[in-house]
Design a protein around this ligand. Sequence first.
Ligand code: 13P
Ligand code: SF4
Length: 376
Amino acid sequence: MDIQVLTQYEKSALHERQPLPEEYLRLSDREMASRIGAARRTLGSRVVILGHHYQRDEVIAWADATGDSLKLAQFAASQASAETVIFCGVHFMAESADVLTAPHQRVILPDLAAGCSMADMAAIDQLEVAWEEMRTLGVTDVVPVTYINSTAAIKAFCGEHGGIVCTSSNAHRVMAWAWERADRLLMLPDQHLGRNTAFRMGVPLDRMVVWDPELPYGGLSADQLRAAKLILWKGHCSVHTRFTVQQIERFRQQHPNGRVIVHPECTHEVVQAADDSGSTEYIIRTVRNSPEGSVWAVGTEIHLVNRLANELAPTRTIVTLDAMGCLCSTMFRVSPNHLLWVLEGLVAGQVHNEIVVPEPTRTWAKVALDRMLQLP
Ligand code: 13P
Ligand code: SF4
């Protein structure tokens, strides 16, 4: 494998990642389900399985709790009894869970290669350079706000520099908190969540600038930075930026009374053209609570959309906004085979693919996460 083409997570995982043994690839669905059930019964309350809404059905079926990033982080922080949390999601979620659980609890990510391409778009050394460059330009009144879709190192930087973490469901509240403390925010890694949230809060687009970490000084002048209320890191989600305004127009032609709901990681144009936007949990709640007979186009990951469509048929019609269906390929890395392997490992006293956030990153990342969790 060419190391140049590996993501940050894959590179770190090369040293630690325990690959799925061959024998776990040859099982029938039936055998897998029966062995997962048996291991689960043996382990009892020693293990808790968390599942993000983008996980496939065969994994979600075993989750003790499902949710968006905020709900799962709150769950991890609040339950102190299970020895092991198996996080069926992606790397940054499992890292946050490790930071938020008690020292005697361990967190397992069934496949360590389940990363997030957006989180990879902000490396800690790039953030350190950006911070220094802003200071050189005399721009110091800045609070760093990181989306939870970021590495523990980025969260730790925010914790240490008076900043905070947000998720897609509390970005509004978190950004309001940050603007009470400084004239401007640096929001990373997702420019779209930052722009969409700030615009909704009344910040005009011309008070937002985009910091390109590949360019000296982010490609910005001191005057541009001083005039900005919001400095957006040039990062994005490759899944959600596939949704387009044309797809929304096509859906509206076919379903004039239909409604469109999208995730705020979509572009500003798409969020503006949709009827509503919000976190995965918000999307599910809104569609579930809609009147019978409603027709929805949903702009988020395909497993969530298909599951919701099956759950609510035939009383409501739910379609994906992108006819090709948007798959988050890293979420998809967690398979029932991986789940079985880590569960049977625990039964045998072996821990596979544990996530451990080292000190001092852990302490500072916890400061930033706790600031978010303590918001009213
Ligand atoms: P939610 O917190 O809305 O579930 O979003 C997580 C995510 O990665 C969306 O791409
Ligand atoms: Fe990351 Fe996008 Fe996948 Fe969410 S959907 S985990 S932001 S790559």
